[in-house]
Design a binder for this molecule. Structure first.
Ligand code: NAP
Ligand code: GDD
Length: 369
């Protein structure tokens, strides 16, 4: 008998990889989508219409929709990935963030209880390294104290504790994966890594002059999203419901990410200045780029803008994945930082080339002016 999974956040980076992973394991996969004015779901377009993949309209802020859907699907496993997931946005929309990222978790748990599925249905909650926030210890493990440092993190802390509470109060199999940052060619374009890889590709191809960033000193433990969704599944297959830190155990700064991304786009950077005055300047170009019109040695291609500073910023995340390695048999370093940056830049170099040709064709045909 194949298992049935319900994924909230199926259209997101992780939801799309998890869908592929579960379909390959023979699952019947159901996902929650929201109505939007543009109904193109880029990350899962290739799955829509395939026999074991089903989409349903519902919303994390609408209890009734969740109760009805859980009753209809009768899932063996729920992966609760839906969230307003952007930390900086949570400062501008804190109430919405709390509704979806905190109370949304409660709504999922209650939907399972209302349908009397506590004994059958296992629940995975997408918790986050942002819970460590203004960190009290480095590296961070399952026992490191939390100190959330944004409205997003405070909302996610509620999610973490309500999952723990329902596990103890109602004996439910529900767990948190405390995932550190994970990126990919499907990462949202306003998160720092994807913002950098897209800009490096555009600058190399003469489509953008300069990339503006915030805190270049911020340190993250960056892994590859495709590797991380396996862990979500492993956590729910574990004998007992437990929380796990999922991380690579390797840390880099935003500046290091940018240096490597530009390198893969054919641009060697040198850094000058400090704080708000720091600049990334072209030190060298590959022969192919130096022969083209566009970016030149000496150009400032990275600058700092205070617009991307946060009221409180989390600056030192480094995870200790020992428990996941030991108990789940998971390899935290199947994709290295260097491989991750390279695959993201390669993808975005091709994407920008395609956009460039489409634009040229549209201009020629008069579709855009
Ligand atoms: P993402 O790409 O931003 O995807 C978020 C998903 O949530 C999208 O499918 C979005 O739907 C959905 N969503 C948002 N509000 C909703 C609502 N009210 N009702 C229903 N669906 C809603 O995020 P991600 O990177 O895949 O991350 C997945 C989860 O892991 C999130 O909970 C995030 O907070 C958490 N997390 C992520 C990381 C990371 O580094 N990526 C690390 C730790 C934890 P639309 O497409 O309709 O907007
Ligand atoms: N987004 C962004 N844009 N961040 C920047 C920029 C910029 O221009 N310049 C510097 N940064 C810094 C941020 O201040 C932060 O310290 C770091 O880069 C990473 O920012 P994001 O990529 O936006 O990710 P995040 O760490 O805040 O949040 C992501 O990871 C969390 C797990 O730790 C999200 O995916 C969250 O949903 C997730 O929980």
């Amino acid at each position: 008998m194949s298992k049935t999974a319900l994924i909230t956040g199926v259209t997101g980076q992780d939801g799309s990889y998890l869908s592929e992973f579960l379909l390959a394991k023979g699952y019947e996969v159901h996902g929650i989508i929201r109505r939007s004015s543009v109904d193109f779901r880029e990350r899962i377009a290739h799955l829509e219409g395939t026999p074991h993949f089903h989409l349903h309209y519902a919303d994390m802020s609408d209890s009734m929709s969740l109760v009805k859907l859980v009753g209809k699907v009768q899932p063996d496993e729920i992966y609760n990935l839906a969230a307003q997931s952007h930390v900086q946005v949570s400062f501008d929309a804190p109430e919405f963030t709390a509704d979806v990222d905190a109370v949304g978790v409660l709504r999922i748990l209650e939907a399972v209880r209302t349908n009397h599925l506590e004994a059958k249905c296992r629940i995975y909650q997408a918790s986050t390294s942002e819970l460590y926030g203004k960190v009290e210890d480095v590296p961070q493990s399952e026992t490191t104290p939390f100190h959330p440092y944004s409205p997003y993190a405070v909302a996610k802390l509620y999610g973490y504790w309500i999952i723990k509470e329902y596990r103890e109060a109602y004996n439910m199999f529900c767990c948190s994966g405390i995932l550190f940052n994970h990126e990919s060619e499907r990462r949202g374009e306003t998160f720092v890594t994807r913002k950098i890889t897209l800009a490096a590709a555009r600058i190399a191809q003469g489509m953008q002059d300069c990339l503006y960033l915030g805190n270049l000193d911020s340190l993250r433990d960056w892994g590859y999203a495709r590797d991380y969704v396996e862990c979500m599944w492993l956590i729910l297959q574990h004998e007992t419901p437990e929380d796990f830190v999922i991380a690579t155990g390797v840390q880099h700064s935003v500046r290091e990410f940018a240096t490597l991304a530009f390198h893969h786009a054919g641009i060697e950077l040198r850094w000058e200045g400090k704080g708000i005055d720091e600049k990334g300047i072209v030190n060298n170009l590959t022969p192919a780029l130096s022969e083209r019109e566009g970016v030149k040695v000496g150009d400032v291609v990275v600058a700092v803008s205070p617009d991307f500073y946060r009221p409180t910023d989390v600056v030192n995340l480094l995870g200790d994945p020992t428990k996941a390695k030991r108990e789940l048999g998971w390899n935290p370093q199947s994709t290295s930082f260097e491989q991750l940056v390279e695959l993201m830049v390669k993808h975005d170099m091709q994407k920008v080339t395609r956009e460039h040709f489409n634009l040229a064709e549209y201009l020629e045909k008069g579709i855009v002016k």
